[in-house]
Write a protein that binds this ligand. Sequence first.
Ligand code: ARG
Ligand code: ASP
Length: 729
Amino acid sequence: MIKNLLLSLLFVISGLPLFAGEGMWLPLLLSQLNEKEMQSMGMKMTAEDIYSINKSSLKDAIVHFGGGCTGEIISSTGLLLTNHHCGYSQIQSHSSLENNYVENGFWSKNRNEELSNPGLTATFIISMAEVTNDIMKGISENMTLAEKQSTIDKNIESIKKSYPRQPYQDIMVKAFYKGNQYYLFVTETYKDVRLVAAPPSSIGNFGVDSDNWVWPRHTCDFSLFRIYADENNHPAEYSPNNVPFKPRHFLPISLDGIKENDFTMIFGFPGRTNEYLPSESIRQITDLSDPAKVAIRTRALDIMHKYMQTDESTKIKYVTKAARISNGWKKWQGEMEGLKKTKAIEKKQKFEAEYNRLLKSNPALQAKYGGVLEELNHNTIEANKYVKISEYSVELLRVNIEILRNYSRLDAIVRVFENNGAAEAAKKIDELKAWAPGYFKDYVRAIDEDIFADLFKMYYHDIDTAYHFPRLDMLAPDQPGYTEKVKMLFDGSPLASQTQMDYFINQSTENVIKAIQNDGLYLFYKEMLDQYRAKVSPKVSHFEKLTEEGMEKYMAAQMAVFKDKRFYPDANSTLRITYGKVNGYSPRDAVKYEFQTWLDGVMEKYIPGNYEYDLPQKLIDLYQKKDFGPYAENGRIPVCFIASNHTTGGNSGSPAIDAYGNLIGLNFDRTWEGTMSDYNYDASICRNIMVDIRYVLFILDKYGDCKHLVDEMKLVHPRSAKKPKKAGK
Ligand code: ARG
Ligand code: ASP
């Protein structure tokens, strides 16, 4: 008690947060900023155990997987663990009707059965260093933004050339703190990454869209790969002569499970956050941009689901498409709710009042940064005029209406014809010919036509007439006969059916170009796109540039004004550490969530034949026989758990690591009430969701019959060990 009080007092004085959990920290600054706090929360390692350039450390087991997710090495033989949804396109690309790995899972029985994946990469961070001074060389106050950027770009190019590296390494430089600091990374990118195992979707994506972004969760969201290297253990393109990669470090796996309040950390590559925005930017998100996107996607998803429910083959064609649209749709709703619930705008306003008070009390800072915040907020209010039209344009042209999205392909053919001539255009036409069967295999015109009609009716009603265009007015969405006119547009489009495509594409190049230029839907698309480019995107970029410039100053100002506060940089797809504790939470009055789910809960959700909650018989049999191997806790299989780690998109597949450096889980999602952590992390309701590693091992061993893979790993029992064991050596 007294110790706790003292600790709180210490945090108040030192400006450290009372509720640890917030922050995505730079590995090389841990000893300076975080080590003490991490240890006070229960961590038994040092900062040097996590990130070191002198010896092997945890960071040597972490990879950026395919550029968008995280993966971790879990054996001396290069086994790489990541999410099912991160490996999904590889699993899908190897699938056929005879070998449907999406449906049935994939379990390689030996290394010869592992499947190669052209284009898939795994990148290690070898070292990082701050290079702000080198990058800012030659920058002066009175430069324009463009001059400044070109100087920075030149400096980056020159340091990339001169920085010491091995021939098989790359150099990457990234901006941090809104361009106030720069860090350089030496990386090694492996290019031979093979699929080793994946559960069936019914297990790896159990609960599909209904459970997405939601707790309690029961998904075994994992897939297993292996990195291969050349005979020197260096990166190499795929070759049958490559050998399993030998890592500098791999994560041992703890079978001891988790308890409430256990220390956990997530090590990975979070993509993008915006934690330092002014209050008006948050208002723009909650009042304008999220609602516009959600409204449009609600209509599109309603239509898709209506068709999916009535026909099995439609369902198969649209599950992935609906999931793609639904992921953002659902997240933004949670985000709006969470921002409102935690009073994010008021919180920001209070912060701004305090910021202004301190700024005014310091003449030097006031002279440098006075007015920066006001200008940002003012610009945001100006920019609000363009939010709705910009979101609608993007959602209609690029996301929800498949046929429009793909008109960019026809447009590209016309442009190539005009700029590079018929021969080049013919190549593009061949590409289209090859692409078309795949597109039509999963295309249902009726769905797309309904979505088109509905969304343009919405556009017509919701958007200022200044952005109506002649071909939209001609359709007259508010008049009888509208749906017939839409039907006629589709009847004339080569992108509406394979027959129409065949008729269109099997003529001379000149005639294909003519056909495109006479296609009513193409003209409609062009008119909307041209108008967007003329009236909307220049405004949007103008305000984006002002915001970028303003945020660079406002970030520097916040750091100068609150100079004792620890600031972590916004996520930018670089390697970060976040740490917190295993903990439930209360989403609303009288409701308390526990931190762990169990296989019993999977069985409770089971609905035979349902596309989200069906289960394979074999899992049910294992459950009934209690054939759990060494992976159960008191006779039950643990499934997922939550903790207060601050994560975002890109952290998928990141390891959840215990106090000793062992793997205890696999991060894959966040809870509904906490998706606003990208703007306003709040430890009371923000939780990340992880698969318990024991569920992964149970599925791999007992369901997939892959004991041989588990045998490659190192299983440990840190809790029952007499002395706390250090990881991995
Ligand atoms: N919401 C998670 C993320 O943003 C998981 C997405 C994949 N799962 C799904 N059911 N769509 O990536
Ligand atoms: N599901 C996300 C991902 O795929 C993680 C998150 O947003 O929490 O990276």
